[in-house]
Design a protein around this ligand. Structure first.
Ligand code: GDP
Length: 513
C-alpha cells in the first residue's frame, strides 16, 4: 500500500491560481518559490487543498504588490518620504513633525528583528497582515543574521530591504529610539496635556513597541488609536509576537479580515507561505535532506524538542515524557518489544516505514530514539489493514547546542529544520515554542503539543501531550481580553462569530480557531 511520494524537487502538478505572483520569472535564483507550492500540492497530507486562499486575499495581495513596487526603496516616493526623516539622524531627541504640504502617497511599516527566528517569522507575518489592512508598505530592517534566509517576497524586482544607508537603519531597536518615538510614550505624555490626537497625527515617524510591558504602547490595539495612525507615514514596529489574532477582535478590522481569511485556521499558513521563500542555500539543504532521508517513508513524523530550561527538564526526564506522548497518548510511534531476541525480531520483515525527523538544539533525543528503534523490535502497530510492524528511522540535521540568534549560519540551520518539519505528515512540537508554531502553521497541521514535563510531574494525571484544535500559532502576550465572555457575548448578541480561543499549550495566550 505504498503511496508514491514525490521528491521535493519534482515538478509534477501544475499550479492553480496561487499566492505566488505570475510576474515572478521561473527563477533559478529562488527555486523554493516554485518548487515548494508544487511539492505541497502533490503531497498527500497537504492542507492547502482543504483551505485554499480566498480570491479576495489573492486580489488584495496583487494590489499590495503594485503598491510595494510603487513605494519600494528604489522609488521616487520612497526618496521623497525619507527626506522627512533626516532629523532622526541629526537630532535624535526631538519628535518628528510631518510637514503639512507633503501628503503621504506611500506609508510604511518597518519591521525590526527581535528574539529567535520563530518569533521573528511570526511578527513579520503579522506585520504583513497589518500592511494589508492599512494599505501600508512592509519594509524590513534586517541585521546580518537575517540576510541570506529568505528570497525577496514581492515581484518585479521590488525590494523589502531598508537601504544600508537609511537614516535609522539598525538603530531602531534601542531604548533611546523608544523613548523619543514610541507611540506609548507619546500617548502617555499627551494624555496629561489632552492633546494626544494632534500630537500623534502630526508625526512623521512613530515607534510601535509591542512587547506587552507597557499599557500605553498596547493602546495600538484600539480602533481609535488606529485612526490616529492613519496618515503617519512611517511606523516602525518591534514585536516578537504573533499578534494577528487580536485584529480579529477589533471591530475596525474584523469585516475586512473575514473577507481575507474566511478560514480562520489558515491565516498564518497563507501569509507565511506567501511571504517566506527560503533562499537556494536553505532550500537546497531542505530538499537534499528530504530526498535522502524522508521521501521514501510512508509516514514522516516531525518531533521538535525545545528545552527552555535544561536544568529543570534534563533528557532523563524529557525522554520518557516524549515516549509517553508518542507511544501512548498519540500512538504515533509503535511501542517496543521487551525482548531484544524475540523470534519476531528476526523473522518479521518490517512493512511500514516511518521516518522521524528530530529537530532540537540537543543531540540526545535523536541518538536515544534512533538506538531504541534499531536495537529492539517494534511491537505490531495494530493499525490493521496490513500495517504490520513498523520500521522506524530517526534523523537529525544538526544539534547546535544553544541558541545563537545573531549568527547567520546558525539561523540557516534553524530555518532548514523549520521547513523540514513543515513537510512532515504528523507533528509533535513543544509547548510555548514559536519555532514549533511556525513549522506546524506552515504545514497547516494540528500538532500534538508536548507539555512541560515539569508540569507533568506536578499534575500526574495530565497527558504528556495534547492535540491542538487548530494549526494557528498562539499570541502569548496580548492586551487584556476576556476570551470567554467575549465569545459568549458575540454569540448572544448576534455579532461576528467568535474566532479566538485560549491556547492549548499556554492558557494565558489566545489563538484563532
Ligand atoms: P522559541 O524560543 O522556541 O519560541 O523559538 P525561536 O525560534 O524564537 O528561538 C529559538 C532559536 O533557537 C531558534 O531560532 C534557533 O536559532 C534555535 N533553535 C531552537 N530549536 C532549534 C532546533 O530544533 N533546530 C535548530 N537548528 N535551531 C533551533
Amino acid at each position: 500500500h505504498r503511496v508514491p511520494t514525490p521528491s521535493a524537487r519534482d515538478r509534477i502538478v501544475p499550479l492553480r491560481p496561487s499566492l505566488v505572483s505570475s510576474s515572478f520569472p521561473d527563477q533559478p535564483s529562488c527555486a523554493s518559490r516554485q518548487q515548494l507550492p508544487q511539492w505541497r500540492s502533490s503531497s498527500s497530507s497537504n492542507s492547502s487543498n482543504k483551505s485554499p486562499a480566498s480570491p479576495y486575499l489573492l486580489s488584495r495581495i496583487r494590489d499590495y504588490e503594485q503598491r510595494h513596487k510603487r513605494c519600494d526603496p528604489h522609488s521616487e516616493s520612497f526618496l521623497r518620504n525619507s527626506q522627512e526623516l533626516v532629523r532622526v539622524n541629526n537630532s535624535p531627541d526631538a519628535l518628528l513633525t510631518r510637514s503639512k504640504d507633503l501628503a503621504p502617497d506611500c506609508r510604511y511599516i518597518v519591521w525590526v528583528p527581535v528574539n529567535g527566528l520563530g518569533n521573528r517569522m511570526l511578527s513579520l507575518a503579522s506585520s504583513f497582515v497589518y500592511a494589508l489592512l492599512t494599505d501600508r508598505v512592509l519594509l524590513v530592517d534586517f541585521d546580518d543574521s537575517m540576510s541570506g534566509l529568505f528570497c525577496e517576497p514581492f515581484p518585479d524586482d521590488a525590494t523589502w530591504l531598508l537601504p544600508g544607508d537609511f537614516t535609522f537603519k539598525g538603530r531602531s531597536n534601542g531604548e533611546k529610539f523608544r523613548g523619543v518615538y514610541s507611540l506609548g510614550n507619546l500617548l502617555e505624555k499627551s494624555e496629561k496635556k489632552h492633546d494626544e490626537e494632534i500630537a500623534v497625527q502630526a508625526t512623521a515617524l512613530l515607534y510601535l513597541y509591542l512587547s506587552g510591558d507597557n499599557n500605553y504602547d498596547m493602546l495600538f490595539y484600539r480602533d481609535d488609536t488606529q485612526k490616529l495612525l492613519t496618515n503617519v507615514p512611517w511606523l516602525v514596529l518591534r514585536s516578537d509576537q504573533h499578534f494577528v489574532p487580536y485584529f480579529f477582535v477589533m471591530p475596525g478590522f474584523r469585516a475586512e479580515l473575514d473577507r481575507l481569511f474566511p478560514d480562520k485556521e489558515a491565516v498564518f499558513q497563507h501569509v507565511g507561505r506567501y511571504l517566506f521563500s527560503p533562499t537556494n542555500r536553505v532550500w537546497g539543504r531542505v530538499a537534499r535532506f528530504y530526498d535522502t532521508y524522508l521521501a521514501k517513508a510512508e509516514q514522516r513524523i516531525g518531533l521538535q524538542v525545545r528545552v527552555f530550561y535544561p536544568d529543570k527538564t534534563p533528557a532523563s526526564l524529557m525522554l520518557p515524557h516524549i515516549l509517553r506522548c508518542m507511544q501512548v497518548v498519540s500512538g504515533i510511534l509503535p511501542r517496543l518489544q521487551q525482548n531484544e531476541t524475540s523470534p519476531t525480531s528476526s523473522a518479521t520483515r518490517s512493512r511500514t516505514l516511518k521516518a522521524v525527523l528530530v529537530a532540537s538544539l540537543l543531540e540526545e533525543f535523536y541518538t536515544e530514539l534512533k538506538d531504541m528503534y534499531w536495537m529492539r523490535p517494534a511491537a505490531d502497530d495494530g493499525e490493521g489493514g496490513g500495517g504490520g510492524v513498523a520500521a522506524v528511522g530517526v534523523y537529525q540535521t544538526s544539534h547546535e547546542g544553544w541558541q545563537e540568534t545573531g549568527n547567520g549560519a546558525h539561523n540557516v540551520k534553524a530555518l532548514v529544520d523549520i521547513y523540514l518539519l513543515s513537510m512532515c505528515d504528523v507533528l509533535v512540537t513543544s509547548h510555548f515554542s514559536t519555532f514549533g508554531y511556525v513549522a506546524h502553521s506552515l504545514a497547516g497541521l494540528r500538532p500534538w503539543y508536548l507539555q512541560n514535563p515539569g508540569d507533568y510531574e506536578a499534575k500526574r494525571n495530565e497527558p504528556a501531550c495534547v492535540r491542538a484544535v487548530s494549526p494557528e500559532p498562539c499570541f502569548h502576550f496580548h492586551p487584556y481580553y476576556d476570551t470567554n465572555s467575549a465569545n459568549h457575548g458575540d454569540a448572544a448578541g448576534g455579532g461576528p462569530a467568535p474566532v479566538i480561543m485560549n491556547c492549548e499549550d499556554y492558557e494565558w495566550g489566545f489563538k484563532l480557531a
